[in-house]
Design a protein around this ligand. Structure first.
Ligand code: UD1
Length: 434
């Protein structure tokens, strides 16, 4: 077992290069399954979620070739329908994209119910509603999803999503790309990674229009051809370093970003008194030494992202005054608060609202990464705290941050990974999957 050990209290200084977007990559890799040719994908983040998806594709017969650290080629010409490694599927949320991709490519799919960070109930009813409207027979039983296009191909349809869902929007795009006729998704999510998936598919011969708005139109094509594509930079990884700069009282030039995608985060940081300067493909974040309180409500894009809520919660512990966070997406995304309290934070939670009495200095403590972004929040807390913070369950963090420790060390952080014995090896364990 490994954990992070952080000796805090040092402002982060320097430059950091942002990797490709996790939530785009985890849809684009399954989408490569639909391509009857070789696709070259650049800017793939080196994280465990992408590793797992590439392993799943390999089991299905795709040939995956590593060109360099962040570029791969996927040749799906000889893929075949078979049972994929269900133990891997169960571990990641994004395995739900295999439903859309396999239905498109094979006319049927068998996947596990997706894993994912435990923020409360995370249904996939909107995915199922969309695929059913396209003509699929879907059966969920014993933890598996069985999907079948009765005559081998789905048919375009008009779909109105009852909830703005990133996953359902992207999954329906995948399923509709090679369906016959036209599909219209209304009340679609608008996140940058939805545009990225559409751009990837279009560069392989698909006809997906309107991604980035709430109405997406897909004219089905017979097949996709090979091509080359580069994934956008990760909005949440960038936001995490931006918040870390502000929280530690430092200054970081965050490079290889699309500043437009960061506007919701930049605006909130400015409210706290942090200086944020935008350049063409970088942002400079600089503390002014005096953090002010702010209220945050998470919303679908272009609102403040729920995936930045825990990191911002940590920063607001350092800000003077009382801040209120309202979680607008998930029922249970404040589990990290208990860990922050162990470090001296004063936070009250009532349902989807957290009230933070800021300005109390944090002190190092042994804590857990409850999930991916909660883990990032604990790292930021450890960097700000006096003394030593030890963070366990770091496998959650490694799902979504490429070379987190290396990048933080280059910014002057005193953080290392150490091995420790797994005392619970023989005990009954409940594994919470991130
Ligand atoms: C994706 C991201 C996750 C991010 C989230 C919101 C991936 C792999 N994960 O998750 O990092 O936190 O977007 O930006 O890209 N809902 C339903 N029925 C459905 C689908 C969703 O009720 O069929 C609800 C969810 O419970 C949640 C809300 O809709 O309350 C939004 O969920 P959604 O946008 O679908 O998130 P995910 O795709 O799971």
């Amino acid at each position: 077992m490994e954990k992070y050990v952080i000796n805090g209290g040092k402002p982060l200084q320097g430059e950091v290069e942002i990797s490709g977007a996790k939530n785009a990559a985890v849809a684009i890799i399954p989408a490569a399954l639909m391509v009857d040719g070789v696709c070259r994908i650049e800017n793939i983040p080196e994280i465990s979620d992408t590793d797992m998806l590439l392993t799943i594709l390999t089991h299905l017969g795709a040939k995956v070739r590593l060109i360099n650290r962040s570029t791969i080629e996927i040749d799906s010409r000889e893929v075949r329908f078979c049972d994929a490694p269900f133990d891997l599927m169960r571990k990641i949320r994004a395995s739900y994209y295999l439903i859309g991709a396999m239905l498109s490519r094979f006319g049927h799919a068998k996947t596990t119910m997706p894993g994912g960070c435990n923020f409360g109930v995370r249904p996939i009813d909107q995915h199922i509603k969309g695929m059913t409207a396209l003509g699929a027979d879907i059966d969920v039983r014993n933890g598996f999803v069985y999907a079948d296009a009765p005559d081998g191909r789905l048919h375009g349809a008009k779909i109105y999503l009852d909830k703005v869902s990133v996953g359902a929007t992207m999954n329906i795009i995948l399923a509709a790309t090679m369906a016959s006729g036209r599909t219209i998704i209304e009340n679609a999510a608008r996140e940058p990674h939805i545009v990225d998936l559409a751009n990837f598919l279009n560069s392989m011969g698909a006809d997906v229009r309107g991604a980035g708005t709430d109405t997406i139109k897909i004219n089905g094509v017979e097949k996709l051809h090979g091509g080359s594509y580069s994934i956008i930079p990760d909005q949440i990884e960038a936001g995490t370093y931006m918040v870390a700069a502000a929280a530690t009282g430092g200054e970081i030039l965050v490079k290889n970003v699309i500043p437009k995608h960061l506007e919701c985060i930049s605006a909130k940081l400015r409210e706290t008194g942090t200086i944020v300067q935008e350049y063409e493909d970088s942002v400079l974040v600089k503390s002014n030494g005096n953090l002010r309180k702010a209220n945050v409500k998470t919303l679908p894009y272009p609102g403040f992202p729920t995936d930045m809520q825990p990191q911002m919660g940590t920063l607001l512990c350092m800000a003077n005054g009382t801040s209120v966070i309202t979680e607008g997406i998930y029922d249970n995304r404040f589990k990290y608060v208990n860990e922050l309290r162990k470090m001296g934070a004063d936070i009250q939670v009532d349902g989807r609202i957290a009230i933070i009495e800021g300005g109390n200095a944090l002190t190092g403590a042994p804590v857990m990464a409850c999930d991916l972004r909660a883990g990032a929040a604990m790292v930021i807390a450890g960097l700000c705290a006096s003394g030593t913070t030890e963070i366990e369950d770091i496998h959650f963090i490694e799902r979504g941050y490429e070379n987190f420790v290396g990048k933080l060390r280059a910014l002057g952080a005193d953080i290392s990974i150490i091995d420790f014995p797994d005392d619970t090896e023989n005990a009954d364990k409940v594994i919470s999957i991130g």
